[in-house]
Design a protein around this ligand. Structure first.
Ligand SMILES: C[S@@+](CC[C@H](N)C(=O)[O-])C[C@H]1O[C@@H](n2cnc3c(N)ncnc32)[C@H](O)[C@@H]1O
Length: 317
């Protein structure tokens, strides 16, 4: 009939995440309230917050610590053979990192293989969101940095604007959202344009990743849309849980793959793959740019969900 959300940090408890078999939606602006917790608590809390949070481009920020540790081990075994240390200062880019928790072990992996002879750029479509108070009480609208509305929080409800519930399962949620969404979004977008000072900026980067960025000059973080002009000339580009057919329609997937290829030097490596939860099988691999195409150097599971486009489509284009 209706589904309540988690809209204040005291409600974010392991025993309060699921009700009647359905996961509650968690307000994304609780992300920074979890920062003061112990590392373990912070981890599961932030992972729960990101779990069903949709970005402005209809993808998910879902990520887990140690999500693909075994795959990282395989990459670490092969990287020194495929791209040995000492040839040049290795340029690497990890694309679509969400809050960076899977990038921390990748940075350490590159450190072990290339010592200090590398630079790593990490990026995501968005690395911050804006929490904009609207109406009365504790209601707020979450906007991305481009002013796209993402979430409507109307205690005790948390609605996704990107992926709304159907009236069939939750008619109360559906009705409340339909009645309130438009005026709430208008108010929030107006405040965005007025640069209202009650807007709260929330940096969606995990503490471990922020600490690494502060401590290492060869690690940089930025906002970057894979469908925009590529960042070249990289020796290694990694795109984990990003080249999913559910994220990009075929024409966009082609643009994404073209951009990844163009951002690599000839002979550069694309490390890509997808999985579900932490520690589950990666379908992916290491692919080397050879002119306009890629050749497969190593595959895990069934290989990347877009291997055919990597290896064949570029040739045909
Ligand atoms: C499922 S998460 C994967 C995060 C991390 N790589 C992992 O494997 O756990 C997908 C991430 O890709 C980002 N993303 C989606 N579309 C993107 C685009 N066009 N350009 C850059 N990043 C994008 C999303 O914001 C999200 O953080």
């Amino acid at each position: 009939m209706f589904k309540l959300g988690i809209w204040k940090i005291e409600q974010l408890r392991r025993d309060n995440l699921v009700r009647f078999g359905m996961r509650k939606r968690v307000a994304i602006d609780l992300y920074d309230a979890a920062v003061d917790k112990s590392q373990d608590d912070r981890n599961w809390m932030q992972e729960s917050i990101l779990r069903n949070f949709g970005s402005g481009n209809n993808t998910f920020k879902l990520t887990f610590r140690d999500r693909f540790a075994a795959f990282d081990d395989e990459v670490e075994l092969r990287l020194p053979l495929i791209l040995p240390q000492g040839q040049c200062n290795i340029q690497a880019h990890d694309v679509g990192v969400s809050d960076g928790r899977t990038t921390c072990p990748f940075f350490e992996l590159l450190q072990r293989v290339y010592k200090d002879q590398f630079e790593l750029l990490i990026s995501d479509y968005d690395i911050e969101v804006l929490s904009v108070p609207v109406g009365r009480g504790n209601s707020r609208v979450i906007l991305d940095s481009r002013a796209n509305p993402l979430q409507l929080i109307m205690p005790p409800f948390v609605f996704s604007i990107i992926r709304p519930v159907t009236p069939y399962y939750y008619p109360v949620n559906w009705l409340l959202r339909v009645l309130n969404q438009r005026s709430a979004i208008e108010e929030a977008v107006q405040k965005f344009h007025d640069q209202s000072n009650d807007i709260r900026k929330i940096h969606i980067v995990c503490t471990e990743c922020q600490d690494l960025v502060s401590a290492h000059q060869n690690l940089q973080i930025m906002q970057y849309d894979l469908l925009s002009k590529p960042h070249g000339s990289m020796d290694i580009v990694r795109a984990m849980n990003l080249l999913n057919p559910s994220y990009f329609a075929p024409p966009q997937m082609k643009i994404a793959i073209d951009n990844l290829r163009e951002s690599l030097v000839d002979g550069g490596l694309l490390i890509t793959g997808s999985n579900t939860g932490a520690g589950t099988q990666i379908n992916g691999g290491i692919y080397r740019r050879t002119g306009d195409s890629f050749e497969t150097l190593y595959e895990s599971g069934k290989g990347s969900p877009v291997t055919d486009m990597l290896v064949h489509a570029c040739k045909a284009a």
